[in-house]
Write a protein that binds this ligand. Sequence first.
Ligand code: HEC
Ligand code: HEC
Length: 473
Amino acid sequence: MMCSKTVRSVPGSLLLAVIVLGLLSGCGRRSEPEFTADPLTQTLLPEAQAAVREQMDQNFGTVQQLQVPLEAPINWGGINGTIEQVSVAEGEEPHWGVTISGAVERLSGEKLRVVSSSDHVPGFPPVLTVQSHSGRDGIVKFEEELPADATEPIRFVAQPVHRLLTGQALYMQHCSACHGVSGAGDGPQSQILNPKPRDFRYGLLKYTSTSIGHKASTDDLRKTLKQGIAGTGMPAFKALANQEIDQIVDYAKYLAIRGEVERAVATDAAIDFSKSAAEGQDRQELAADLEDYADEDLPGIFQDEIARISDQWQQADLESSIVQPALTLPEPLEPSRTDESLTSLANGRRIYLSKAGQCASCHGETGRGDGTQTQQIHKRPDGSPYEKPGLHDAWGHLVKPRDLTYGVFHGGRDPVEIYRRVFAGVKGTPMPAYGMSGLSEPEIWDLVNYLLYLAGDYPDVNESDLESPPASN
Ligand code: HEC
Ligand code: HEC
């Protein structure tokens, strides 16, 4: 409220002008963007929040000074490596040798940030300034004095993180208005959008080529940015160069990993140190427990979660994680591969309307998205009922089953994409993964045919064709 103070003494219409100008100029002082704490972190005791915050900053940096954990499968464009003591000759003081990975051969003048030392040498400086680095034998000299008892390799990263900074700048320009500075889906424009922009902090994306339980692949993210999501506020960024898309994708992944790690750590911390868990506890005892937890447990929990979540993102890029059907889309009026007495289309409709398929209970008999489940009160994961009738997604928003007659497939209308939607579901939504619940590949292809029919792709096929047996050949 800095602005109103200066305005208070100014009278009448001038006041209005000052306010308008003030609003336009942001009072001349824009507040710096910041990562906001996850709602879960905000349920913690203030001291626990501070401890989580400190570890977050240490592992991921701040908006102004990004840092990337080494495990994260993010191309941030920097250098990382290890330094290790090497003794040169007997009787001589040991030297420090360096191994680097990255597009740089010499480190002279760089500042190296120490990210871990397996034996946690006390007194090891957190930042090392390289005085000289010999390319010939890899020996480095530092301005800082290093403890001689550090015998294990020490890992470091060198700032700056050029590539990620470009990704960040592009993200702030093109994405933050909807997805927010922290990737929480809470940018200023998010309020008018339905569905809401994705909150990346769940690490959960809807439209992926990957199998059940897997995150999105790098290619999935690229595709979402290039093609947008039809039928939603997510635009297609056609004017961005491939290299720019890749840089934004890495930054979006950074936000996703950062956010999911915070959620996981806050979940753990909340067991003992949430405001509600602390009620009625002995304050001094709790403070002592919290100090132990912050010093002894928290750094390890961060490392474990970073490793676990990074690994999941890495998994999603393996070929074995991609849903790749062996067959292709049959002709709609060909005999079904599972029941020769029916056409592929008729078998698709049979499954659609069947008890096992359940499609109609959500999407409605005619596919208009008005099935009975949309009128029922459903339960939250914790068992409590939602206030409003209808289906909800993992982010807690109401979500309508798609009107399948509308002809818009948000995940893409290529038959393989539709196959993947039915096989692996729409992740984070009630749309089930039928590849897990027993539908075979030929059955899913028949369903894809019926979905294309509902979407209007087969204008020459009549209702009566659906009833008649396939033409014998
Ligand atoms: C005008 C608002 C808007 C802008 C700008 C925007 N998005 Fe989105 N984005 C959305 C909405 C809305 C959705 C959710 C669509 C849905 O749930 O089907 C979304 C979804 C996504 C998803 C999730 C896809 C999935 O499979 O779940 C990703 C990733 C994404 N956006 C990245 C970006 C990036 C990166 C940028 C900037 C280059 C960006 N978005 C710009 C509105 C926006
Ligand atoms: C429990 C409810 C439920 C059932 C059962 C269900 N769906 Fe869905 N389905 C949804 C919801 C909700 C969405 C929309 C997700 C979104 O918009 O994020 C959806 C979306 C879809 C989409 C749109 C994908 C896209 O790219 O836009 C298709 C296609 C689809 N469902 C087909 C089916 C088929 C076929 C079946 C039966 C085999 C089925 N659904 C069963 C709830 C359901």
